[in-house]
Design a protein around this ligand. Structure first.
Ligand SMILES: NC(=O)c1ccc[n+]([C@@H]2O[C@H](COP(=O)([O-])OP(=O)(O)OC[C@H]3O[C@@H](n4cnc5c(N)ncnc54)[C@H](OP(=O)(O)O)[C@@H]3O)[C@@H](O)[C@H]2O)c1
Length: 296
C-alpha cells in the first residue's frame, strides 16, 4: 500500500505515518511550516493551494491519501473565518476532486464540533449537525465538499485529540498540560461542565488504517468509549502521575473568555466503527495506560 499523509507533522498525521510504517506500507507525506523528522519522502504543501494537489499526487503516486491537515486553532478560526473556510472547507473538496480523478482513495478527518452540544446522549453518525462556531462550520463545509466530490470517501470525526506526537516524541494535548502542572506541584483548574470522548491519536491512526484495509467508506466516529469531563480526565492522569488529586480544582467553561463558543457536550457514539471492525473502542483509562506505558 502506498500511503500519502497530508499534514504529516500534525499530532494525528505523525501517528498515521508511524502506523503505516509499522504495517510495512510505503509512506510519504506533506507538511506545512515544519518538516517532521521522519525518514520518508516529504513535500511542502499548503492546503490553500489545493488546485496544485495534482502535482503532489504525481510525485508520490499513492493508493490512498489521508488528510490530517486543518486549521485546528478554534479561536483563530473565529477571528479569521476566511482562512478557516478555505483551509477547512474548500481545500478538502479540492483534494478529493484530484484523488477521484486519479483513482486514489481519499480519507478526510472532521470533528465533534459539527454538533451544537445540546444533546445529553452521545451523537451518532446520523445525528443532526449544527455547529456553533466558525471552526465547526468550516469543518462541516469540508465534510460536505468531500462528499460532493466523491461518492466513496472515508470521513472520520474525532474528539479532543491527544497523544504522543510521533516526530517530536512529546506527549501532546490536554494530558501533557495536566501532567506538567501536577509534576511541578501547580494547581490544575479543570472544567466540570464540558463532556467529551477523547480520541487518542495513536488509536485513531490504527483505526483509520484498519478501516482503509477493510475498504470502508462513509462517515465514522473515532473516539474512546468514555464520555467524561476534563476534570474526570484529569483524575485519570493524576492516578498515573502518582500525584495528589488535591492539585485538581473544579472549573467552569464560563471562567475562561475565548473568541469561539464551545459545545458543552460533544461525546461521539462509536457504535458504527465498533460494529464495522467487530471490536470495542478503548475506554479512556485503557488509552491512558497505553500512552503511559510508552512514555520515554
Ligand atoms: N485537536 C483536536 O482536539 C481535534 C478534535 C477533533 C477533530 N480534530 C481534527 O483532527 C485532524 C487532525 O488534528 P490534529 O489534532 O492532529 O491537529 P494539529 O496537530 O494541529 O495538526 C494540524 C496540521 O495541519 C497543518 N496545517 C495547518 N494549516 C495548513 C495549511 N494551510 N496547509 C497545510 N497544512 C496546514 C499544520 O501544520 P503547521 O503547524 O505547520 O501549520 C499541522 O501539521 C484535523 O482535521 C482536526 O480538525 C482535532
Amino acid at each position: 500500500m502506498q500511503l500519502l499523509v497530508v499534514g504529516a507533522n500534525g499530532l494525528l498525521g505523525s501517528n498515521v505515518v508511524r502506523a503505516g510504517q509499522q504495517r510495512g506500507w510505503n509512506v510519504s507525506g506533506t507538511y506545512h511550516s515544519t518538516r517532521p523528522a521522519f525518514d520518508i519522502p516529504l513535500t511542502q504543501f499548503d492546503l490553500r493551494e489545493y488546485d496544485s494537489f495534482d502535482n503532489v499526487l504525481t510525485e508520490h503516486n499513492p493508493d490512498v491519501v489521508v488528510n490530517c491537515a486543518a486549521m485546528t486553532d478554534v479561536d483563530g478560526c473565529e477571528t479569521n473565518p476566511e482562512q478557516a473556510n478555505i483551509i477547512n472547507g474548500d481545500a478538502p473538496g479540492g483534494l478529493a476532486t484530484h484523488c477521484d480523478a486519479n483513482d486514489v482513495e481519499f480519507v478526510h478527518i472532521s470533528t465533534d464540533y459539527v454538533f451544537d452540544g445540546t444533546e445529553r446522549d452521545p451523537y451518532s453518525v446520523s445525528a443532526d449537525t449544527n455547529p456553533v462556531q466558525v471552526y465547526g462550520k468550516s469543518k462541516l463545509a469540508g465534510e460536505q465538499t468531500v462528499t460532493e466530490e466523491t461518492t466513496d470517501a472515508l470521513v472520520a470525526r474525532l474528539s479532543f485529540v491527544w497523544g504522543i506526537h510521533r516526530s517530536s516524541v512529546d506527549l501532546t494535548g490536554f494530558p501533557a498540560w495536566v501532567r506538567g502542572r501536577l509534576l511541578s506541584g501547580e494547581d490544575a483548574p479543570l472544567f466540570t461542565d464540558q463532556w467529551v470522548t477523547p480520541t487518542r491519536a495513536g488509536q485513531a491512526a490504527e483505526t483509520l488504517l484498519d478501516l482503509i484495509e477493510q475498504e470502508a467508506t462513509g462517515l465514522f466516529h473515532i473516539a474512546c468509549s468514555s464520555c467524561i469531563t476534563p476534570y474526570e480526565f484529569g483524575e485519570v492522569i493524576a492516578d498515573h502521575v502518582g500525584s495528589s488529586e488535591k492539585l485538581l480544582s473544579e472549573g467552569s467553561m464560563d471562567d475562561v473568555e475565548r473568541d469561539a463558543t464551545r459545545p458543552t457536550y460533544s461525546c461521539l457514539d462509536v457504535e458504527k466503527v465498533e460494529s464495522e471492525l467487530d471490536r470495542p473502542q478503548p475506554t479512556l483509562r485503557e488509552d491512558v495506560e497505553t500512552v503511559w506505558d510508552a512514555l520515554p
